[in-house]
Each structure stands twice: as C-alpha cells, then as structure tokens.
Design a protein around this ligand. Structure first.
Ligand SMILES: [Zn+2]
Length: 412
C-alpha cells in the first residue's frame, strides 16, 4: 500500500476508535438513550452513529431495550450497554493485601474478594494466592452465564513497563523485574491481560464510574502505605514516554529529609502516608500529651491502626486531630504545586488515608487556596474518591472496557 494511503487508513481507524469510545462513554453515562440523542450528545452525524451502533449491537456490546414513548413525534428505540457481553476480571496486589473482582460488561461487580498478605509476603506465595483468586473470579463470571472473557487487569503499586507488562520496581513491596503479564498469561492463556500502576487504574476507575466522572483533566492522588497519583486527560491516562509518569510521591519535598524507600531523600511520600500519621501520634503521646489512643493500645504501638486514629479523631481527641491536620497540610502543599503544574478541573483523593478525608480536606483546601495561583485554584474542585479501597479494581474494569474499542470488533 502506498504510504499516503496507509496513513489515511490509519487515520480512519483512529477516528473510528475515537468515535466508538465517545459513543461508549455516552452510553455509560446516559443510557438508556436513543440513537438520535447519542448523535446530539457526541456531535457525530446520525448515519455515523447508526453504523457504529449497528457494529456494537452485532458484537453484542450494546443492545436495544425497547422504545421511548414520551418523545413528541415518533417513539425511538433505546440503547444500553449489554451487561451479558462477557466478563471482566480485575485484581490488585497491594502492599499488605491482594484483591480480585469479576464484573459484567456494565461494570456491575458480581464477585469480589480481598485477603490480607501481612504475614505472608513472599512473591511466590502472593502470586499463587492471586492465581487462585483470579480462577475463582472467572468461575463466578461463568456461573452468571457470562461466557466471553473480555480481559483481565492487574494493578500494582510500582513502575510497570507498558509494552511488556513487566513490573520494574515496586519500592514498598520490594519487588523488582517481575514479568507479571507473562506469568499470568501462562495460567490464563486465552484472556487479554493488562498490567498497570495501581494509581493509574484507580484514577481511570474514578473517571469512568466515580468522583471524576464528567471531568476532563483529572489529578488523582492516592495515599496509604505510600503516595501515588495519576493524570487523566480527555478520558485517557497520561503515561509519559515509558508509562512511568505521575510518580508524585517521589517529588522532593525536603532536600535533606529522611530516606525514602525509592532511595532518594525527603520525598513527598515521607510526609504523607499512614506511617507518618502513626509516627506523629506516637511522638505526641510519648511527649506526654493525653490521648484516647493510649487507653486503646496500652504501650503496644503495633496495635495502632488507621481506624483507631479515625475513631479518636471523631471523638475530638487532640492528638489524633493534630496528626491528621499536619498530614492534611503536607498533602495540600503538594497538591497546590501539582494544581499549578497541571491546571486540572478535578482533584480526587483516594487510598486508605482518604478514609480520614473529612479531617484532611480542610487543611488541603487551605493550602491549595494559599499557595496555588488563584486562577488555577478556582478552576478546580477537590473530592474524595468514590470507590476508596476499590478504586484500583474499578479502574481495571475501565481499562478492559477501553481496550476493547482500540482493536477491531471483528476479531473479538
Ligand atoms: Zn521516594
């Protein structure tokens, strides 16, 4: 094929993919909806919408569900995403847990399971347990009559090489160079597998189904054991050259600060994490400040949990409130810089620390409005993640959804 013709075919394929993605997005957000309404909302002409919808119906991703009678004029047929189009498996390897879920094509989670890995964190053992969970998830999908495997997504808190699905480095898990996609493909050879950074997936999950739905430029920040983040723009993750973008937790916050698990000093993550909250509480108590937490744990600091800090904060415990306020300010200082850098219209905060969102957000807002340029601060809103600990798994479902329309429907 001549070069120009090839380029044109490529452009046409890209336009078709973009249009399909646009139609699917409107269906996700507005179904049941008619073809005419889809055309109006997407700005595509009616014949393009009709032909793409026909393709989606033939491949069973969309179905007709009857007619609307409340329009003036002719009743029109309504469309929605076909939940029975197949099953999607989504999983997460966290620092101290593994989780998996099975969803139908309408992103309804039909099976979900989460296990602690605190006392059992060898890589071999975690991978064995994960494979068992994934097998159970697939069985759960089949039990619901969902036959077609649409994809399997896995999120992990580390750098994932996009082309190969190799986990290069997960600082808080201490894993390096693990060919995750290839390992899972051996066990599940017939299902497309996607591996990505946990915060990337969580951001996409919130954008597709949660607190960032309907926003165009989204900054997602997730804090728990570590601090991660992601950027979604135009419904796509911004990944950088190799897929390692948005490692916000490792921005330098204090040039002479304490050593971070990544090897650098004074990373933002060393100022905003669960262990920073615990350390602040412990230091306050050991310096003689009274706290409910003392009564609850005695002198065994290993018993301290985020839930306890939250319970204490809800009872106006000054030590818990002060610890969360400090973290909130450290979180807000970093967010203000990122808002200046990225000009998002939505900031979503997720991860375990977001459970304390009510106590953290006032300090975040204060720092944002003190430090970011006024126009940038005014252009954005800050919200807590809708899915909390499940955001990554929801994002895996979103990634599979998105992937389906970047390949020819005919091959599926
Ligand atoms: Zn670091």
């Amino acid at each position: 094929m001549p070069e120009r013709a090839q380029a044109r075919t490529g452009d046409q394929a890209l336009v078709r993919e973009i249009n399909l993605a646009l139609i699917m997005q409107r269906l996700r957000e507005n179904a049941p909806i008619s073809r005419a309404a889809l055309a109006e909302m997407t700005g595509l002409n009616k014949s393009t919408v009709s032909s793409l919808v026909q393709e989606l119906i033939s491949s069973r991703f969309v179905h007709e569900i009857g007619r609307t009678a409340n329009n003036i004029g002719r009743p029109s047929t309504l469309l929605q995403i076909n939940p029975s189009a197949g099953y999607i498996v989504s999983a997460e390897i966290g620092v101290d847990f593994i989780a998996a879920a099975c969803a139908n094509f309408a992103a309804d989670v039909i099976w979900q399971h989460r296990q602690d890995t605190v006392s059992d964190h060898s890589q071999t053992s975690i991978m064995t347990r994960l494979r068992k969970l994934l097998t159970q998830a697939i069985k759960a999908g089949r039990r619901q009559g969902l036959e077609r495997p649409l994809g399997l997504a896995l999120g992990i808190p580390g750098l994932v090489e996009q082309e190969t699905g190799i986990l290069l480095f997960a600082p808080n898990l201490h894993w390096e160079n693990v060919p995750l996609r290839a390992m899972l493909q051996v066990t599940f050879p017939t299902i497309p597998i996607f591996v990505d950074n946990e915060a990337n997936l969580a951001a996409l999950g919130e954008h597709f189904y949660g607190a960032a739905r309907g926003y165009d430029t989204v900054l997602y920040i997730s804090a728990g054991v570590g601090l991660g983040g992601a950027i979604v723009t135009g419904s796509r993750l911004f990944k950088g050259k190799l897929g390692f973008a948005s490692e916000f937790g490792h921005m330098t916050f204090d040039a002479d600060g304490e050593r971070c698990n990544c090897g650098n000093r004074g990373c933002w993550e060393t100022f905003v994490s669960q262990s920073v909250v615990f350390r602040a509480v412990r230091q306050a108590v050991e310096s003689g400040r009274p706290s409910l937490i003392c009564d609850w744990i005695g002198s065994d600091w290993n018993r301290l949990t985020m839930t306890m800090v939250l319970d204490a904060a809800r009872r106006a415990d000054p030590v818990a409130l002060a610890a969360l306020d400090t973290i909130g300010h450290n979180l807000g200082i970093g967010i203000a810089s990122l808002v200046n850098a990225l000009n998002p219209d939505r900031v979503v905060f997720g991860g375990t620390l977001s459970l304390a969102g009510d106590f953290l957000l006032p300090a975040v807002q204060a720092e944002l409005h003190t430090r970011a340029l006024r126009w940038n601060a005014d252009a954005t809103s800050v919200a807590l993640a809708r899915y909390g600990a499940d955001a990554c798994v929801m994002g895996g479902i979103a990634v599979v959804h998105q992937s389906i329309f970047t390949h020819s429907l005919a091959t599926r």
